[in-house]
Write a protein that binds this ligand. Structure first.
Ligand SMILES: Nc1ncnc2c1ncn2[C@@H]1O[C@H](COP(=O)(O)OP(=O)(O)O)[C@@H](O)[C@H]1O
Ligand SMILES: [Mg+2]
Length: 252
């Protein structure tokens, strides 16, 4: 299988007024073509930092990244046409129709207008395309956001928490949409802090916490490994005994 995305040893420390904050601490992630890959981790674990670094929006301190075999950030101009992304949730003008919104984005990206109907068809919004965005539900807005990232017909689609806040019906729609994207040959990386979302939507998963990969593999394999019913707590000193006890109580 071909590797669409390879990240090795990624490190990033933010230097903010409150002092340095290590967001990525030698993070690794590998994604093969033709699947929906979940990027799962609690809030603050480093998902958005990873995705922003991949897209050249911020610089890593060190590490190695490749998209479609090309070194990032150096060769980003060679692959940018093949990568669609939503990292910050996009803000659309409520008074524009969804169709005008995508139409403008097509013009801005010098893409053929035929992509607009194509994208609406894929995300299941064709019949609602001439309605104003402000009348859209959260799920429809999220699918419109995905449609905007699809306009350039990318080979790799990067979505930061696209199912956030969706009800079970919305998550099912997102799952069906992701399946149809994989069927037409795309690879999707989808971040989430909710296990159930990844379980329902993704084929494979990388789990991140505190800026490091904890595990990776097919969703079925990883879940089987983590549902053995045992919890292990590592202590660096005996002084941590009471907080370890507290952790174990909470994990019951
Ligand atoms: N611009 C920033 N300046 C300082 N710290 C940041 C900044 N962005 C993120 N962080 C910190 O980096 C860590 C990882 O954040 P983030 O990548 O946003 O995690 P996630 O997307 O998994 O919730 C967190 O501790 C967060 O507070
Ligand atoms: Mg985030």
């Amino acid at each position: 299988m071909t590797s669409v995305l390879e990240i090795n040893g990624l490190r990033k420390t933010y230097r903010s007024r409150g002092g340095p904050r290590r967001a990525l601490d030698g993070f690794d992630m590998h994604v093969e073509a033709g699947q929906v890959h979940g990027f799962l981790g609690p809030n603050g674990s480093g998902k958005t930092t990873t995705l922003r670094t991949l897209l050249g929006l911020i610089r890593a301190d060190s590490g190695d990244m490749k998209i479609l075999g090309q070194q990032i950030p150096e060769a980003l101009p060679n692959v940018v046409a093949h990568v669609g992304a939503i990292v910050e949730s996009p803000q659309f003008f409520g008074n524009f129709t969804a169709k005008d919104t995508l139409s403008l984005l097509c013009d801005a990206g010098s893409l053929p207008q035929s992509r607009v109907d194509w994208a609406f068809e894929l995300v299941g919004l064709r019949e609602r395309a001439s309605e104003k965005v402000k009348t859209y539900s959260l799920g429809m807005k999220q699918r419109l956001a995905v449609a905007s990232a699809l306009l350039k017909q990318p080979r790799l689609l990067i979505l930061d928490e696209p199912a956030n806040g969706l009800d079970p019906g919305g998550i099912r729609e997102m799952r069906d949409l992701m399946r149809s994207l994989v069927e037409i040959g795309m690879t999707v990386v989808l971040s989430s802090h909710i296990l159930a979302e990844v379980q329902q939507i993704c084929d494979s998963v990388t789990i991140i916490s505190l800026g490091r990969r904890r595990t990776a593999g097919s969703v079925a394999e990883v879940l089987a490994r983590y549902s053995s019913g045992s919890v292990r707590v590592r202590m660096d000193s005996l002084g941590e005994l009471s907080s370890a006890g507290e952790l174990l109580t909470r994990s019951e």
